[in-house]
Design a protein around this ligand. Sequence first.
Ligand code: FES
Length: 102
Amino acid sequence: MNRQLACAVDDLAPGESMTLEGDQIALHRAEDGTFFATADSCTHEKWSLGTEGEIEGDELVCPLHMARFELSSGKPLCLPATVMLATYQVEVDGDQVYVLSQ
Ligand code: FES
């Protein structure tokens, strides 16, 4: 298991997303302050959800063709996405945010 330092808690405002170093993982912060990590690339086509994705409630929207995913599970909620988005465990340790991946 790889524990990657993502950012400090205050580096990501609620409702925002960022792509982590390596470009494979996106970190999202829901409006209530909860962090989620998913694959960076939309499963419909290759599009960065860390850079371009939009958070609406507990859903992540890909603005290219408006696919929606459940933030917590990566489950696709509408077309054109039909494939699950990979999700990763997030740990908040003090004021640092870590993402656990294989
Ligand atoms: S690339 Fe994300 S919906 Fe098409």
